[in-house]
Structure formats: structure tokens, C-alpha cells
Design a binder for this molecule. Structure first.
Ligand code: HAM
Length: 426
């Protein structure tokens, strides 16, 4: 057992897995740019109130899962928390930097780690990575459909062809109170059947009961009143608009009337992405929705918004379980090795020159024998070895083709152009 280990619920991403993440990050960046989203970064921690107000006090994320951060000393009396998600921080930044004066909508994207102190298990980590996309300042419904299509495209391009989207509308402040009253009355009629936590939530946040993790709640939830049946005229029209736009761009979706999401800021459209047939806990590959009240809640002018976050860890896991090939790693084109065990400066100088010319090169800086240096170069998949030996006095090195095992002397001055020519297209 090693003395020090990564904290429970966190993982080291070793190079092969990091390469899989990097491929997804590249895809996310490329798609975000293609759809007109610009990158933003917000801090990994914020004033706790940003999350408490934004996400809601009576949510798992805030009640149980916030990593509180307190400085051990200093002038700061602030109570901070590591970000459990990015939307609240992005909306805080929108308000702080007066983005309501920019052309609307402001379309932003962010990829990075989030932190939730939850019970770790497969697919649920205490540090995990999300790709976020947010369109702030557009009331929809067309942008709702555009975002859903973007999410599905990401999964498809990533190599997951069987992802479907579940869609719902949970109304707005005009129609939600009456629906919540109806929902609470329904669950009160069944209060005997409710587990302790759900009884408490019945009084504070009845919508959350629809998202209960208790298996014993499944039947009750299935028979509960649906928000889609209680939408006001404006919300109903909006939801019809979302569906019509999805149809118009040929996006298949599934209506899921009990999809409520775990964060309080949502209004109207909510959606989640799953692999077909895998809809349990910890299985959502991504989710999002509209948050028309969030900017105002954080001190800005009333501003509509919608976005999603896709969980990159879960996408990598899904790709692995679907048997996708690991991402090819590129070894160095060449390794500079030397017969003289003390001439590491000579090897480093040649490697530096080749790197300056844009070639991926490793210098063997060890004192091991030449044969061992060559073995290591073969093992890491290098195509060439540049061998520094006696010919160096005449300005030559030996260039060994490790794939073909041939070797010949070449002038040091020609090495860059020769290697470039030989590796073009490799
Ligand atoms: P969320 O549903 O809480 O939404 O998280 C989005 C995705 O992040 C999940 O579907 C899942 O793939 C991944 N995820 C969440 N928690 C974990 C975890 N503990 N371990 C691994 N993966 C996890 C949000 O975060 C919203 N901010 C999405 C959004 C953006 N809504 C509007 N804009």
C-alpha cells in the first residue's frame, strides 16, 4: 500500500486516459466554435452564496455536496466553495462584467473540473470534468433546439451513436406555484409511503421528490401529476415551439414528464442525454435546460438563459465500455543517443536544434550503454535514432532507421531537412 493516495472519489488521469479526454476537449472546442460559442474561464471557487442562491439551498448539490473552502488566515471572511457546476459562476461573471450590454445572446463555453462531495462510485466522482455551453439573453424556443442538437452532435462525433435526449418542460414562476401545490397535495396524500428525506423535502422543495433516488418512490413518482399538464399558455407555447424546432431540424427526442433536474434554477425546458436503455442513476451523460431567472437571482437584470453540461468522465467510460479504440499516442520521431556516456550536452544540443525545427525529439540523457539507449528508443516507438559517435569530429552523425534497421552517416547540417523529408506525412 503506498503511503499517499489520491483522495477518495478523485482519479489520476494517466497518459492514455488523458489522451482520451484531450480528444473530447478538442472536439468540444471545435464544435463550440462552429456553433458560435466563445470560451470563458471562471474561478474553481466562488463565494458560497453564488451556489446557494443560484443552485438553491434545498438541493443535493448545495445541501450535501458543496466542498466548503475556508482560508486558514488572512483578511477574507468570505465563505467560499469549490464550484460544483459552472452555470452559476458564468452567470455571476455575466452580471459582474456587464455582459447585458454586449450583443445578445452572449454565447459562452467552458471545459474544466467540477467538485461535488458525493458518495463515490462508478461514474460518480468528487472531481469530474464537464463541457459547458451557455446561451444567455435568448428567450428561445429556437435556441433550445439548437443546443440540444449540438449536444447530440458531440456524442455522435465522439463515437457514441446510441445517445438519446429526454426532454420536458417544468414551467415558470407563473404556472409552477399552482403545479407545486398540486404535486405537494398528491404526495401528502401518500405521506405514509415517503422515506424520511422525502417527507422533509415535501415541505421545502416538492419538485425534488420526482427525482428521488429511493427505489420505493418509483411507482408514486410515475403516477404523480405532470408539469407538462399544468403549463400556463406562454410555457405551453414555448414548449410546443421547442418541439417544433427539433422536428424541423430532424432531431428525434423523447418526452419525459418526470425529468426535473437536480438544480433549482431551471425554468421551462429541461433535458438529459442517456445511452439508449441506460437511464439509471449516475448514467446521465449530460443535462441542461433553461434558467430564465438565474441572472436576476444573482443581481442582474431579468435575462433568459439556457445551457447544458456534458460529463466528460462518463463519455470516456461509455466509449471504453463500447469498445472504442484508445486514442493513439504519438511517440517521438527521433531519439538522440550517444556512445560517450558523459556527453549529455552534445545530445541535448542536437535535440534542441531538431526541436527548434519543430520535430518531436527525445534526448537520451542517461549514462547507460548505447545498446540500451537504442532499445529504449525502439520501445517507445521512435522512428529514428540519431547516434552521436566518433564521426562527430567530422560534423557527421549516424542516422538509424529504427523501423527498417538500416543506418548511415549524415552531415549534422543536413539532419533537419533529412528528418523532415523522411517524416513528412508520418
Ligand atoms: P448536472 O446534471 O448536475 O448539470 O451535471 C451535468 C453532467 O455532469 C451530468 O449529466 C453528468 O454527466 C456529469 N456529472 C455530474 N456530477 C458528476 C459526478 N459526481 N461525477 C461524474 N460526472 C458527473 C449541471 O451541472 C448544469 N450546470 C448543466 C447546465 C448548464 N444547465 C444549464 N447550463
Amino acid at each position: 500500500m503506498p503511503t499517499y493516495r489520491a483522495p477518495r472519489g478523485t482519479r489520476d488521469l494517466l497518459p492514455v486516459e488523458r489522451a482520451a479526454f484531450a480528444r473530447l476537449e478538442r472536439l468540444a472546442r471545435e464544435l463550440a466554435a462552429r456553433y458560435g460559442y466563445r470560451e470563458i474561464e471562471v474561478p474553481l471557487f466562488e463565494q458560497g452564496a453564488v451556489f446557494e442562491r443560484g443552485i438553491g439551498e434545498v438541493t443535493d448539490v448545495v445541501e450535501k455536496e458543496l466542498f466548503r473552502v475556508s482560508p486558514s488566515r488572512g483578511e477574507e471572511r468570505e465563505r467560499w466553495a469549490l464550484r460544483p457546476e459552472a452555470t452559476a459562476g458564468i452567470c455571476r461573471a455575466y452580471v459582474e462584467h456587464g455582459m447585458q450590454t454586449w450583443p445578445q445572446p452572449v454565447k459562452l463555453t467552458l471545459t474544466g473540473p467540477m467538485f461535488r462531495y458525493d458518495r463515490p462510485q462508478a461514474g460518480r466522482y468528487r472531481q469530474f470534468w464537464q463541457w459547458n455551453v451557455e446561451a444567455i439573453g435568448d428567450p428561445g424556443p429556437a435556441v433550445d433546439a439548437e443546443l440540444i442538437e449540438l449536444g447530440l452532435r458531440f456524442y455522435r462525433d465522439a463515437g457514441l451513436g446510441d445517445v438519446e435526449v429526454l426532454v420536458n418542460s417544468i414551467g415558470d414562476p407563473a404556472c409552477r406555484p399552482a403545479y407545486l401545490a398540486e404535486l405537494a397535495a398528491y404526495f401528502r396524500r401518500h405521506v405514509e409511503a415517503l422515506p424520511e428525506l422525502e417527507r422533509r423535502r415535501l415541505e421545502t422543495n416538492p419538485l425534488r421528490l420526482l427525482d428521488s433516488k429511493e427505489p420505493s418512490m418509483a411507482a408514486l413518482v410515475a403516477a404523480a401529476p405532470k408539469s407538462v399538464d399544468a403549463l400556463c399558455a406562454a410555457c405551453a407555447a414555448h414548449f410546443a415551439g421547442v418541439r417544433a424546432h427539433l422536428d424541423a431540424i430532424g432531431v428525434a427526442f423523447r418526452l419525459e414528464p418526470s425529468l426535473v433536474r437536480g438544480l433549482d434554477y431551471y425554468t421551462r425546458t429541461t433535458f438529459e442525454f442517456y445511452r439508449r436503455g441506460a437511464e439509471g442513476q449516475q448514467q446521465a451523460l449530460g443535462g441542461g435546460g433553461r434558467y430564465d431567472g438565474l441572472v436576476e437571482l444573482l443581481g442582474g437584470k431579468p435575462t433568459p438563459g439556457i445551457g447544458f453540461a456534458l460529463g466528460l468522465d462518463r463519455v470516456v467510460l461509455a466509449l471504453e465500455s463500447a469498445g472504442a479504440d484508445p486514442v493513439a499516442e504519438h511517440g517521438p520521431v527521433a531519439v538522440v543517443v550517444g556512445a560517450d556516456p558523459v556527453d549529455t550536452a552534445g545530445r541535448l544540443a542536437v535535440a534542441t536544434r531538431l526541436r527548434e525545427a519543430g520535430l518531436a525529439v527525445r534526448a537520451d540523457l542517461s549514462t547507460r550503454r548505447l545498446g540500451r539507449q537504442l532499445e529504449a528508443a525502439v520501445k517507445e516507438g521512435a522512428h529514428f535514432a540519431v547516434i552521436l559517435g566518433d564521426e562527430l569530429a567530422a560534423g557527421d552523425v549516424q542516422l538509424r532507421d529504427l523501423d527498417g534497421a538500416s543506418q548511415k552517416p549524415v552531415p549534422l547540417a543536413d539532419l533537419v531537412s533529412l528528418l523532415r523529408r523522411k517524416t513528412a506525412g508520418a
